[in-house]
Design a protein around this ligand. Structure first.
Ligand SMILES: C[S@@+](CC[C@H](N)C(=O)[O-])C[C@H]1O[C@@H](n2cnc3c(N)ncnc32)[C@H](O)[C@@H]1O
Length: 367
């Protein structure tokens, strides 16, 4: 997907994204976008409604019976129910445990590039923040972090460019309070704000943002195509603004009982209705009005950080066992924390099933 040829002319209106290195403190990695991002070009045009879009999945109404088989395999029943409530209690309980993964509470996978040390997880996680921002492609103005966790990426952006204002959205009140505290301590509270709101119905004004990104958070929106999330992101962006989504997505429905079990376990433990289905997501994106600039398969880029999962999980569970011995029942893990400890291993198994699952970066622009 990614072009290594000399940068071709960009499509109309797509200026090469250049983050402002002059305004970056020396502790922040160089955020100039990699050559392949400077060479952004349309590699995937919007689908025609009803056209076949993959080996197993079809678009629009044609989804029909296959959709049923798919929902059966993923455990998705199409109802929102008390889903948001369980999402809130999941992240209220489990967010602290992300400390075992990242000192800076980067609640996502890392970006590996040649020359990086694959054992230094935090550097890969931080590099991921830079890659997301390079694709958003603005060095000033207002950017929305849709599903911001504890604000690691938002603070990274604010450090990278003094002209950026970032608004982080999360539906979890506890995350907002913690993110605000961490941001105040980092001295960035004047440019990074957090809102406790649903990114599918944020209540923020139309066209208030120059860019937006969702780093491993769009997966929590409803349905295979994340229609509600995409509609709201479109509304929030100014014309010409980019939406960048980094996430794991399904390529097709699993057939084997074991992979179905892994997928359902992942969904349940990570508070997901269903992961996005890549082709359904892209089709919906185009139908919402976005022009898709680039779809990158990053599965190999994130693999080195994903391979940290077994060791991090083992260390975390050992620490929890010691806590339990010391403090008795008080230190017992809740079901949400157990879920969050085990889901990454299931995710790793899915990720290794390359026919089924991939990790993608989708860059799109509101026309
Ligand atoms: C895996 S975390 C990723 C956090 C952050 N992007 C990062 O990489 O560190 C997913 C985030 O999405 C947020 N989220 C999920 N559903 C949401 C919704 N409907 N509205 C707003 N935020 C949501 C969660 O609260 C959580 O903060």
């Amino acid at each position: 997907m990614v072009s290594s040829a000399p940068a071709p002319a960009l499509p109309d209106g797509l200026d090469a994204p250049v983050l402002n290195p002059a305004s970056s403190p020396s502790t922040v990695p160089d955020l100039r976008p990699p050559a392949h991002v400077r060479a952004l070009k349309v590699v995937r045009r919007p689908h025609r409604a009803g056209a076949p879009i993959g080996p197993e999945l079809k678009s629009g109404e044609a989804f029909g019976d296959e959709a049923k088989a798919f929902d059966e395999a993923t455990g998705f029943h199409g109802e929102r129910d008390d889903f948001l409530e369980s999402l809130r209690s999941f992240y209220t309980e489990a967010t602290r445990d992300y400390r075992a993964w990242s000192a800076g509470y980067n609640m996502h996978f890392g970006w590996y590039a040649a020359g990086m040390n694959p054992f230094r997880r935090e550097s890969m996680l931080e590099r991921m923040n830079g890659e997301v921002l390079a694709r958003v492609g603005v060095t000033g103005g207002r950017v929305a972090d849709l599903g911001c966790g504890l604000g690691a990426t938002a603070r990274f952006a604010a450090r990278a460019s003094a002209d950026l204002r970032i608004t982080g959205l999360t539906i979890v009140p506890w995350q907002v309070r913690e993110a605000q505290r961490m941001t105040r301590e980092a001295g960035l509270a004047d440019r990074v704000r957090f809102r406790c709101t649903d990114y599918t119905a944020s209540g923020l004004r139309d066209a208030g943002f120059d860019g937006a990104y969702a780093l491993e958070s769009a997966c929590h929106a409803s349905g295979r195509d994340k229609a509600d999330f995409l509609a709201e992101a479109y509304r929030l962006l100014k014309p010409g603004g980019r939406l960048v989504v980094f996430d794991g997505m399904l390529k097709r429905a699993p057939r084997s009982a074991f992979l179905k079990w892994c997928l359902r376990g992942c969904h349940r433990r990570w508070a997901l209705e269903t992961f996005a289905v890549k082709d359904a997501f892209l089709e919906r994106m185009a139908a919402t009005g976005f022009e898709i600039i680039q779809v990158e398969d990053l599965s190999w880029r994130v693999a080195p950080s994903a391979l940290h999962i077994p060791a991090v999980t083992a260390r975390f569970l050992a620490q929890m066992a010691v806590e339990r011995l010391r403090h008795g029942k008080r230190a017992a893990l809740s079901k949400e924390r157990w879920g969050n400890a085990l889901a990454p291993t299931l995710g790793l198994i899915l990720g290794m099933s390359r026919h089924l699952f991939g990790y993608y970066a989708v860059t799109a622009v509101k026309r």
